[in-house]
Write a protein that binds this ligand. Structure first.
Ligand code: NAD
Length: 340
C-alpha cells in the first residue's frame, strides 16, 4: 500500500483525498489544514485524520476539532505527499519533503522548477516512473494536452493555436472575480499555457491566448490544429474517442448544461474528470482542424494526480494499467455520454 498524505485541503486537495481513498493500492494518511474552519470539520466528517501546523494545534483543539498531529508528523508517516497548497506554497514545502525523504506530487500553480518533470499520464508516464518530484500540469494545460495527444495520434501535427476562455474563480472562492467583463490575460501573447504544453510536445509550434471570464463552471477552449497534409473529421473523432479521459458528446450547448448533466448523472461532487469535446464543433478544412471543448477545472487533474502517485511510488507499474485502474475507481468515462 502506498501511504499518501494530502497537504492542503482546498478545491484540489479535497478531491485528491477522495480519489486516493478509492484506490486499492493506496492508503490515505491524512490531510492538512491551517485554519480551523468548515473544511477542517468536513475532513473529520469524511473520516480523514487531520494534521495542522504545530503552532495551530491549540486553536483547533479549543474549537473541538480533533487533531492527529502536526503537518511534519503527517509527511513523516507517508511515502508520497500530494501538495495541493496554494500556488507557490508547494515550493516552500519542498525542502521539508526532501529532508524527510518523501516523494511529492505538486500542482500546476507551482513553477516548473519545483519538480523534476511536468507530468501528463497520456504523454510521459514512462519518463515519470521512479522520479521523486512530479508536477501535474494546470487544469487548462492538462485539458489541452489530452486533445493535442489525441490529434498527434492522427499523425503529421505541426502547429496548434488555442483560445482559452478560463473560469474566473472556483465555486468556493467567494471573493474572487471578475464579476463583470472579460479580461485578456498575459498580453502580449502567448499565455503561459503555450510554454507548459511545449514541455510535453517540444517539437510542436504552439500559441495560446487566454481570456478570463466571469464564470465558475468550467473553461472552454477553441483550438485550431495544422497538419502536414489534409485530415478528415472522421479520423479526428476516432482518435478523440480512443483517448482515455476525453469524452466526445453532443446535444448540450454550454458548460452549464455539462455540469448539470454531471450532477444529475450522480457524478461525485458533480465533477467532470474528462475533457468534453463538442462533437459538432469538430471541423476540417484542408490541413486545418478546429474544435471546441470544455475543461472542468476542479476535476480534470484529479485522475492525473492519482497516476502521479503511482509513478513516483511504484516504478514498476504499467502506465496503461494505472490509468485503467484510476479511471475505473473514479468512474471516469461512464454515464455522461449523450447524443440525440
Ligand atoms: P485552494 O485555495 O482551494 O486550496 C489550498 C488549500 O491549502 C486550502 O485548504 C488552504 O487552507 C491550504 N493551505 C494554505 N496554506 C497552507 C500551508 N502553508 N500549508 C498547508 N495548507 C495550506 O487552492 P486550489 O485551487 O486547490 O489549488 C491548489 C493548487 O492546485 C494550486 O497550485 C493551483 O494552481 C492548482 N490547481 C488548481 C485548480 C483549480 O481549479 N482550483 C486546477 C488545477 C490545478
Amino acid at each position: 500500500m502506498i501511504r499518501v498524505a494530502v497537504n492542503g485541503f482546498g478545491t484540489i486537495g479535497k478531491r485528491v483525498a477522495w480519489a486516493v481513498s478509492r484506490q486499492p493500492d493506496m492508503k490515505i494518511v491524512g490531510v492538512s489544514k491551517t485554519k480551523p474552519d468548515w473544511e477542517a470539520r468536513l475532513a473529520l466528517k469524511w473520516g480523514l485524520s487531520l494534521y495542522v501546523p504545530r503552532e495551530a494545534v491549540g486553536e483547533f483543539e479549543s474549537r473541538g476539532i480533533d487533531v492527529a498531529g502536526t503537518i511534519e508528523d503527517m509527511i513523516a508517516s507517508s511515502d508520497v505527499v500530494v501538495d495541493a497548497t496554494p500556488s507557490g506554497t508547494g515550493a516552500r514545502y519542498r525542502p521539508l519533503y526532501e529532508g524527510l525523504g518523501v516523494r511529492a506530487v505538486f500542482q500546476g500553480g507551482e513553477k516548473r522548477e519545483v519538480a523534476e518533470l511536468s507530468f501528463n499520464p497520456l504523454v510521459n508516464f514512462r519518463e515519470a516512473l521512479g522520479r521523486r518530484f512530479l508536477r501535474v500540469l494546470s487544469c487548462n494545460t492538462t485539458g489541452m494536452a489530452r486533445i493535442v495527444h489525441s490529434l498527434a495520434m492522427v499523425g503529421g501535427l505541426e502547429r496548434v493555436f488555442a483560445v482559452i476562455v478560463r473560469r474566473g474563480a472556483d465555486l468556493r472562492e467567494a471573493k474572487k472575480g471578475p464579476v463583470e467583463g472579460l479580461i485578456l490575460e498575459s498580453l502580449p501573447p502567448p499565455s503561459h499555457h503555450a510554454a507548459d504544453l511545449k514541455e510535453l510536445f517540444p517539437k510542436l509550434d504552439v500559441s495560446t491566448y487566454a481570456v478570463v471570464a466571469p464564470t465558475t463552471l468550467a473553461h472552454l477552449h477553441i483550438l485550431s490544429a495544422q497538419f502536414k497534409s489534409p485530415v478528415g473529421v472522421g479520423e479526428v473523432l476516432e482518435a478523440l474517442r480512443r483517448t482515455p479521459r476525453v469524452l466526445v458528446l453532443d446535444g448540450i450547448a454550454s458548460t452549464a448544461e455539462l455540469r448539470e448533466l454531471a450532477r444529475l448523472s450522480g457524478r461525485p461532487f458533480g465533477d467532470v474528470f474528462e475533457v468534453a469535446v463538442w462533437e459538432s464543433s469538430v471541423r476540417a478544412s484542408g490541413n486545418v482542424v478546429t474544435l471546441a471543448y470544455a475543461v472542468h477545472q476542479e476535476a480534470v487533474v484529479i485522475p492525473d494526480n492519482v497516476d502521479a502517485v503511482r509513478a513516483v511510488a511504484a516504478p514498476a507499474v504499467d502506465p496503461a494499467e494505472s490509468m485503467r485502474l484510476t479511471d475505473e475507481t473514479l468512474g471516469v468515462g461512464l454515464d455522461l455520454k449523450l447524443a440525440y
